[in-house]
Design a protein around this ligand. Structure first.
Ligand SMILES: *Cc1c(COP(=O)(O)O)cnc(C)c1O
Length: 372
């Protein structure tokens, strides 16, 4: 059997008539930037995620960057970020001219450790960006308490967490804003790049609508130095189709995760080097990724590949150890984050994984571990 990590052509196969209808609707409308289709998606996604506003933008990195710019964060400011995340979280801070300050993640959930924030706060700290890695929300209640104490703004990186909640609260509940990516492989993905911001803050939403469109809401009136970061009309129309299936597809991911955890538990008991993902209490993750850990991750990945099971690594090195940040942040030592990055291995999970494929992956993990 061959188990691909993720095959997006399955998305098209399942939804083709609806996607074709949306595509033709946009083509026939003659309206390709903004317009009612984008407004309808913004409205529907805000409603889905329980926020007052959604502002569509060009991608997830811009969503993060524009919120920071909307808050006036720039040179001389510091923004606290997790030491284990996709590099976009740090790049967004750098793009504003501010300094990203990576801090330790929790060894069990791989999410920002609330206890690590306090030690990193300086008079220059303006904001914190918790990342809801792998589809599980960070401990937002604890983070919000600390942020409030120090007057920090909270921007949630929700690029992997469409539909996730913790104690009933979705992103942009405890935080002042949440940034979303609609990159094709995300739980809610477009057919190209796309991103969005949700917030309950009226003034921030208005400012973001201006910033994303050349600093203008009225044509040729430019009140700020904005950027061109708009969500395409076509992507909005296609996203509306996929949004209609998000809940159901998240449920399929959850069913796979439950079965993985049950099937892999006896294997992890026999091979204690294998560590399974941990769900925090009160947490309702959407399993963007199913990430196991093993000290000999490369050999495990190779043994699985030999057996037809494709895996990936999210992310194999921390941003501060990468070439992009080695010079400025290379001296930062975060042992938990570094070890996490060195051990993570993502097994195939997605709405189109079959039960047979999932069973095969479980069996092959057992076989592969026996060869190490
Ligand atoms: C995907 C992702 C982003 C960036 O999204 P793009 O749409 O690719 O710009 C940011 N943060 C995290 C955690 C992501 O997974």
């Amino acid at each position: 059997m061959r188990v691909p990590f993720l095959d997006l052509s399955d998305v098209v196969s399942e939804l083709r008539p609806q996607l074709d209808e949306a595509w033709h609707r946009v083509m026939d409308s003659g309206w390709f930037i903004g317009g009612p289709e984008v407004e309808a998606f913004e409205h529907e996604f805000a409603e889905f995620s329980g926020a007052k506003h959604c502002v569509g933008v060009a991608n997830g990195l811009d969503a993060l960057t524009l919120v920071l710019r909307g808050w006036g964060i720039g040179p001389g400011d510091e923004v606290i970020v997790p030491g284990h995340t996709f590099i976009a979280t740090l790049l967004a801070v750098s793009q504003t001219g501010a300094t990203p300050v990576p801090v330790e993640v929790d060894a069990l959930t791989c999410n920002l450790d609330p206890a690590a924030i306090e030690a990193a706060v300086t008079p220059q700290t303006r904001a914190v960006i918790p990342v809801h890695l792998y589809g599980q929300l960070a401990d937002m209640a604890a983070i919000a308490t600390i942020a409030q104490k120090h007057g920090l703004l909270i921007l949630e990186d929700a690029a992997q967490a469409h539909g996730a909640s913790r104690d009933g609260a979705q992103p942009a509940t405890h935080g002042h804003a949440a940034a979303w990516s609609f990159y094709p492989g995300k739980n809610l993905g477009a057919f190209g790049d796309g991103g969005g911001i949700t917030t309950n803050d009226d003034a921030l939403a208005a400012r973001l609508r201006t910033l994303r469109n050349y600093g203008s809401t009225v044509k040729y009136v430019h009140d700020a130095r904005g950027v061109n970061s708009r969500l395409d009309t076509l992507q909005a129309a296609l996203l509306r189709v996929r949004l209609g299936h998000l809940q159901q597809w998240n449920d399929r991911r959850k069913a796979h995760a439950v079965a993985y955890l049950a099937g892999l538990a006896p294997i992890a008991a026999a091979y204690p080097d294998l560590r399974l993902p941990v769900v925090a209490s009160g947490s309702d993750p959407v399993w963007h990724l199913f990430v196991v850990r093993h000290p000999n991750r490369q050999s495990l990945a190779a043994a699985l590949a030999e057996r037809g099971v494709n895996t990936q690594q999210h992310y194999p090195i921390t941003p501060q150890q990468s070439g992009a940040y080695r010079e400025s942040l290379g001296g930062v030592k975060l042992p938990v984050s570094e070890q996490t990055a060195a051990e993570v291995l993502s097994l195939p999970i997605g709405p189109h994984l079959t039960d047979a494929q999932r069973g095969y992956v479980i069996e092959m993990v057992g076989e592969a571990l026996a060869t190490l």
